[in-house]
Structure formats: C-alpha cells, structure tokens
Design a binder for this molecule. Structure first.
Ligand code: SF4
Ligand code: SF4
Length: 425
C-alpha cells in the first residue's frame, strides 16, 4: 500500500467549504452541513491528494495538503508579516533587522507563507517588511499578483523607509491598494540622529522625498515614529512634519526596543515621555483647528476601539493570541517580528507549517509573563503591553514604565473627552 494511502486512511472524509478549495474542517465521516461539502480524498498515483466532491475536484501536492489540513485546525493567522530581506540601504542606530537573514525571500517561500494564512479563510493583514522591503520589489509584485489572482482576503501593507519610492513604485502601491507606513523619527535634526545612512549621514531628505512622491500620486501614508531619549523632548515635531507633508493620515509611536543595535541606545524615560505626549496632543489639536484636518493617532484609535469592543483580553498582541506569524527571508516562522531569531519563539517553517502546540505554549508563556496587565486598572482600555518590548527591557515581573505611560496618556485623554461629552449631553 502506498504510504500516502495509509496516511490518508486516518482522515477518510473531510468537509470543504463550497466557497474554496482548501479544507477548513475535518473529521472522520462527518456529515456535511449547509455551506460545506463532504468529500473523499484519494491519493493519486503521483502522490498528490485528489479531492473529489459533487461540485468540484482539485488536487495539490500531498505534503502541502497535510500542512494545510493541520493549519486548518489551528487558530487562523490574522497578522502575517513577511520579512522580505534583512538587508537595508539605511543603518539606523537602533536597527535589529540586520541580525535577520540577509537573503531575499523567494516568491515560492512568500507564497507558502501566504497559503498558511489564507487557509484560515478569514481576512488577514499581510505586512511586507524587512530590512527594507522595497529592495525586493520584484517579489512584492509577484505577491500582489498572487493575492489578486487567488482573490485572497489579504489586507496588504508595507512598512518602508520610503527612500526607494519613485513614481512608478508609488503608482503600483496605490493601484494595488497596499497601505504604506513610513518610518520617520521627527524633525530632520532628531530623525537624522537616529536614522542614518551607512556613511553616518542623515536620511531625512530621502524619506521626505519618498513621502512627497507618494503624495504626488495621491497615496496617503502612516508614520511610525520610534521614540528614544534623543528625540523625546522634540516629539511634537513629528506632528508638524505630518501636517507639512499633507498626505499623512496616522501617526504611531513605537518605543525603542533594546534589541540589535538598539541595545546600545538610550531609551526615553517615562517622565519625559509623558510631557512629550501631552505636547504632541496640544500641537495636534492646534493644527487640527487651523487646518480642519484631523490626524489619527494609533494609540488613540486603539483606546476607542477597545472602548466599544469590551474584549476583556489582551488586544494589543496577535502573538499572545496565537494569531501572528513573522516569516523571515528563509521561511522560518516566529511569533513576532521582534522575537525573530530567538529559538524559544520559533513556530515552524513554511515547509512544515506552524506547529499548533508551539503556538499554544508560546502564547501561554507570553500571557503568564504579562500577568501584571490583566490586574491593572487600565487594562480594559490598554489591551496589555507589548511582550517583545517588555522582554527586551528585562523588567522581570513588572511592566515597562514608558509603555504604561504611553498607553495611559491616551487613555486619560479618552476619559476626558468622554467626561466633556457627558457634560454637554
Ligand atoms: S530603515 Fe528599518 S530596517 Fe533599515 S536600518 Fe533603519 S530600522 Fe533597520
Ligand atoms: S498600562 Fe501597563 S500594566 Fe496596565 S495594562 Fe497597559 S501595559 Fe499593562
């Protein structure tokens, strides 16, 4: 008896949603229900899994079939980050991506990773990251074509330093509806102290030129601003730059991570961060008043979303919920981009799929480590801290103070707004 037949005998019949060719549920001899179809699987002579049903038949490589079958029984991936390459044309002082594999991801690897997320059948964020992902632009073109051809429910985003964006790439990103996030750390003086070219010179002019090119073809962007000791006192400058550029919709603040080169960079103190964020909110309110245009702050948006969701759990972290996968250029899968390279957070490989037992173990370990969050008064509106940042900061059983400050400034602002609304009712 061929090996394939023996293995398939364990599965017997599976149920497949009529809407797609991938198996999403399986159980021996389960009857089909509405929207599903009971089918039988046979190995064909070339060791492919042949899936036969009343309304459709399809085939795939046997090993891919088993990976998909196993993936279909785990939590769906909601956030898939592809680290297309560890290479970058910048050399930022806090970068940790240079420790990631320096190869370029092949399209075959990208497709395997995307298929693992798509098997869940649910919408998922597909973020293209690096290093600098635009160094692998040809792979991005193939990924976008694949997502379109397969009609996958992928919300595509790219996180880029923007320096390689020319008009053709900007039009491509616009036409493929790929959301663009730019990394920029403040006014040129502050940004250039942190984000540098390999020769030590600043990067602001390159980033701003890329952002302007995006604006010229009508692409709106988000800005991610890493906050360190060197830029925290001038943080409101990032708001002024966002208004100056005109096409920035959203700003997110990301606290410095003590990883890679970042281990040698001084982090912002919680007290400085509090003062800085309050200035940020004042500056944003003033500019909104003058221009009639409001900026979105990622942390404010999260508080407002948590306020309406009442999820009662860790909302910040897809890794903690077992719903995230970072895939590096050679196909290794980790629970989070910031945890890439740590063996303890490896979930598998695109060739073998995500190991559900590792997902559960890592997710439980992360929850256990952050046990101080669910008992915090701010938890319902904070959604919990970032495990990777806390892990890097070496805080043992305490939260990382600057992160709590960042969350609480926006929570306090939200409560004040609510109080004002109540007064005017
Ligand atoms: S732009 Fe990003 S990947 Fe490149 S050096 Fe800076 S932090 Fe690292
Ligand atoms: S404020 Fe700090 S301790 Fe409280 S839930 Fe948020 S991250 Fe956790």
């Amino acid at each position: 008896m061929p090996l394939g037949l023996k293995v398939l005998g364990r599965f017997g019949r599976v149920k497949i949603r009529k809407s797609g060719e991938l198996p999403v549920l399986w159980s021996p001899l389960l009857p089909a229900s509405d929207g599903e179809e009971a089918v039988q699987i046979f190995p064909c002579e070339f060791f492919h899994a042949k899936v036969l049903g009343h309304h459709q038949s399809s085939s795939c490589r046997l090993e891919d079939f088993f990976i998909m079958l196993r993936q279909s029984t785990t939590r769906p991936v909601r956030m898939l980050i592809l680290g297309l390459t560890g290479q970058c044309n910048f050399a930022c002082v806090y970068c940790y991506a240079h420790e990631h594999p320096q190869e370029r991801m092949s399209f075959a690897t990208a497709r395997q990773a995307i298929d693992l997320a798509a098997v869940g059948g649910k919408p998922f964020v597909l973020q293209l990251s690096g290093g600098e992902p635009l160094l692998a632009f040809d792979v991005i073109e193939e990924i976008a074509a694949y997502v379109k051809q397969k009609k996958l429910p992928a919300i595509m985003q790219i996180q880029t330093n923007a320096s390689l964006i020319d008009r053709a790439k900007a039009i491509f990103l616009r036409d493929r509806q790929i959301g663009v996030g730019i990394s920029l750390d403040g006014r040129p003086n502050q940004n250039d102290a942190l984000r540098k070219l390999p020769d030590g010179s600043g990067t602001s002019r390159l980033i701003l030129a890329g952002a302007a090119t995006l604006a010229s073809v009508g692409v709106e962007t988000g800005i991610t601003c890493v906050v360190a000791d060197s830029n925290v006192r001038q943080l409101s400058g990032i708001v002024e730059i966002a208004y100056y550029l005109g096409n920035v919709r959203k700003i997110g603040f990301d606290l410095l991570r003590a990883q890679g080169r970042g281990a040698g960079v001084k982090a912002a103190a919680a007290a400085d961060l509090q003062v800085a964020l309050e200035q940020v909110l004042v500056t944003a309110a003033k500019l909104e008043c003058q221009t009639g245009r409001a900026l979105i702050f990622a942390h404010r948006e999260r508080v407002e979303s948590l306020c309406t969701q009442c999820s009662g759990g860790f909302a910040h972290c897809h890794a903690m919920n077992g719903e995230a996968a970072f895939v590096n250029a050679v196909g290794e899968i980790y629970a989070c981009a910031s945890l890439s390279g740590f063996p303890a957070f490896r979930l598998g490989h695109v060739d073998t799929g995500i190991d559900p037992e590792l997902v559960q173990a890592i997710s439980e370990m992360i929850r256990g480590s952050m046990a101080f969050c669910p008992v915090c008064d701010s938890f319902s509106l904070c959604g919990g801290g970032c495990f990777a940042r806390w892990y890097g900061a070496g805080c043992a059983s305490e939260p990382y103070p600057p992160e709590c400050t960042l969350k609480q400034v926006f929570i306090r602002e939200h409560r004040l707004r609510q109080d004002k609304t109540q007064v005017f009712k």
